[in-house]
Design a protein around this ligand. Structure first.
Ligand SMILES: C[S@@+](CC[C@H](N)C(=O)[O-])C[C@H]1O[C@@H](n2cnc3c(N)ncnc32)[C@H](O)[C@@H]1O
Length: 281
């Protein structure tokens, strides 16, 4: 487990606090409508072009569990695409780690963590209505990677499970697959799209994050005052740092950020706090 603390220190430069993101009020969507309307989104990582299935659902649903609508999750959001590039740039961070993708949408972030990052166990989690899309992408993107790697690489463990944020513990299917009760990495990509989801997401993060868990958020700044509220609430129990995207020359989308978090008092928080001290903005 000490690998987790030693390897990402050398790759990531962190600025002190998400408050440094403050700026004018912005309400942009987070994905181009034409790109979202296509049945596929293409992205290229290390020379491999991935064709990710997506299904834009006209019925906009914000975190409604009792609905079969696909909602906002069935398209690849730009913040998710940024995280794919981050994984491809720093695959070592993900290697041999157990990872859970909260609000997996199309499933692509966790799928890339499994194939490119070589994470050992990946759980994609979202509403049950997104199961088919996640499983379709696990299969088709897996085939793309299998062809690319010339079948020499073993297929990673990547599965989907319904998991709804709030007071709910992780499902038995997930916990029984883990030797350590806490995941090494939690990813939450563009999950801050509406403040209705903040309370259950905060509850889940407090519940499932261990002392050695690295939480990775990516998000599109839509309404800064609102999103900062989320991080202020998280800051009560978590140390936070902003990844300096300029450091790895990867800022394809405007006002889209990667934030790292670790439970205060834990190993990950310690690194975030130390890095922040000697890398002020
Ligand atoms: C904007 S989408 C992001 C999808 C994907 N992570 C990406 O970056 O492309 C947010 C996702 O959060 C999921 N979500 C919203 N509220 C949730 C809740 N209470 N529990 C679990 N997932 C939730 C939605 O179903 C949706 O798939």
């Amino acid at each position: 487990m000490s690998r987790q603390t030693s390897d990402w220190r050398s790759y990531i430069f962190i600025s002190p606090t998400p408050k440094s993101l403050s700026g004018s009020r912005k309400t942009r969507l987070g994905v181009n409508y034409m790109v979202a309307s296509s049945p596929f989104r293409e992205t290229t990582l290390d020379g491999v072009t991935l064709k990710i299935s997506q299904k834009l659902d006209s019925e906009y649903q914000v975190g409604l569990q009792n609905s079969n609508a696909l909602g906002v999750g069935a398209v690849v959001w730009d913040a998710g695409d940024l995280l794919l590039k981050f994984i491809a740039t720093f695959p070592h961070l993900f290697t041999d780690k157990t990872l859970i993708d909260l609000g997996s949408g199309t499933g692509i972030v966790g799928i890339v963590a499994g194939w490119v990052g070589k994470s050992s166990t990946v759980w994609l989690t979202d509403h049950e209505s997104l199961r088919t899309l996640n499983e379709e992408n696990i299969l088709s993107i897996g085939n793309t990677f299998r062809t690319h790697f010339n079948k020499t690489t073993n297929s990673p463990f990547i599965k989907f499970e319904h998991y709804w944020w709030g007071p709910n513990p992780l499902p038995e299917a997930i916990t029984s697959s883990l030797t350590n009760p806490h995941f090494d990495i939690i990813v939450a990509s563009d999950d801050l799209y509406d403040d209705k989801v903040f309370p259950p997401l905060l509850q889940t993060l407090k519940l499932i994050t261990g002392d050695r868990t690295l939480v990775i958020f990516t998000y599109k700044r839509r309404m800064n005052e609102r999103e900062i509220t989320f991080f202020e609430q998280l800051e009560g129990e978590f140390a936070l740092g902003v990844v300096d995207l300029n450091h790895f020359g990867c800022e394809p989308y405007t006002e889209t950020y990667i934030i790292l978090a670790g439970k205060k008092g834990g190993a990950v928080a310690k690194i975030i706090e130390e890095e922040s001290q000697f890398r002020p903005l």
